[in-house]
Design a protein around this ligand. Structure first.
Ligand code: DER
Length: 234
C-alpha cells in the first residue's frame, strides 16, 4: 500500500470514529488532513451534518472552502469539540513533533482550544520516542531574534539550528502564516530525553513564538499501515 493510501485510511477512520452532528471541528495542516477533510465533506453531504470548521493555516482554510464546509473562527467558536491534525512524529505517549509544514503556531492554538486532539498519520510517523525518526524540531521565532535564539538553544541543549529557507519556492527564508521564521533544531534525543522540560525552557526565551513539541496534547492517534490496517494508540 502507498503512503498516500496509508494516510487516507487513517484519516477516514479517525473522522468516522469522532465526527458526529453539530460539532466545531479543528482542521489541521499538511497532506494527511486533506483526506480527513475529504471524508468530512462526504459525510456532511450523505448525513446532512452540521459542522463548523476552524482552520490552522491558510492551507486549512482553503481546504475547508474548497470542500464546501462551513468556515468558522476562534473569535466565534473559542471552544472546539475535536481537532484532527497530522504529525511529523508521534511517540508511545502520543507526544508529537509537528511543524514540518510550517503551521505549528495555529495548530497548537487550535489544539489547545480543543476538547480532543486526534492525530492522523501514516506508519512512518509512529515512533518509540521523539527524534527517533524525525530528526528536527521546528521552532517558530520572531524574525529579528532568530540568531540569538539559535545561539541560546545550541548553548543550552546542543544540536544545530538552521533557518528554514524557501528554496525554489521562495527566495530567502520561509515566512509563516503569522509573519515569523522557522528554525529547525536538529537534535538527537533519546527515550529518556525530557522534552516537556526542554519545551518549557525554550518557550521562556524572548522571541520564541512556539515550538513543534506537542507534549501531552493528543488524545488518540491513528496510523495507516502498509497492509491496509489502521493502528490506534491512546
Ligand atoms: O506541519 C505540521 O504540523 C503538519 O501537521 C505535519 O506535521 C503533518 O504533515 P503530513 O500530514 O503532510 O505528514
Amino acid at each position: 500500500m502507498s503512503l498516500e493510501m496509508a494516510k487516507k485510511i487513517a484519516a477516514y477512520k479517525a473522522v468516522d470514529d469522532h465526527i458526529t452532528d453539530n460539532l466545531v471541528v479543528g482542521i489541521g495542516s499538511g497532506s494527511t488532513i486533506v483526506y480527513g477533510v475529504q471524508r468530512l465533506a462526504e459525510r456532511v453531504i450523505s448525513e446532512n451534518l452540521n459542522l463548523i470548521c476552524i482552520p490552522t493555516s491558510f492551507q486549512a482554510k482553503q481546504l475547508i472552502l474548497d470542500n464546501g464546509l462551513i468556515l468558522g473562527e476562534l473569535d466565534r467558536n473559542p471552544t472546539i469539540d475535536v481537532a484532527i491534525d497530522g504529525a511529523d512524529e508521534c511517540d508511545v505517549e502520543l507526544n508529537c513533533i509537528k511543524g514540518g509544514g510550517g503551521c505549528l503556531l495555529q495548530e497548537k492554538i487550535v489544539a489547545s482550544c480543543a476538547k480532543t486532539l486526534i492525530i492522523v498519520a501514516d506508519h512512518t510517523k509512529n515512533s518509540e520516542y521523539l527524534t527517533e525518526k524525525y530528526k528536527k524540531i521546528p521552532i517558530e521565532v520572531t524574525p529579528i531574534a532568530y540568531i540569538p535564539i539559535k545561539n541560546r538553544i545550541e548553548s543550552l541543549f546542543g544540536g544545530d539550528l538552521k533557518l528554514r529557507m524557501g528554496g525554489s519556492a521562495k527566495a530567502g527564508p520561509i515566512v509563516t502564516d503569522n509573519g515569523n521564521f522557522i528554525l529547525d533544531w536538529f537534535f538527537d534525543g533519546s527515550p529518556t530525553t525530557d522534552f516537556d522540560g526542554i519545551n518549557r525552557e525554550i518557550m521562556m526565551i524572548p522571541g520564541v513564538v512556539d515550538t513543534g513539541l506537542f507534549i501531552g496534547m493528543a488524545k488518540k492517534a491513528y496510523f495507516g499501515m502498509p497492509d491496509g490496517s489502521v493502528i490506534e494508540k491512546e
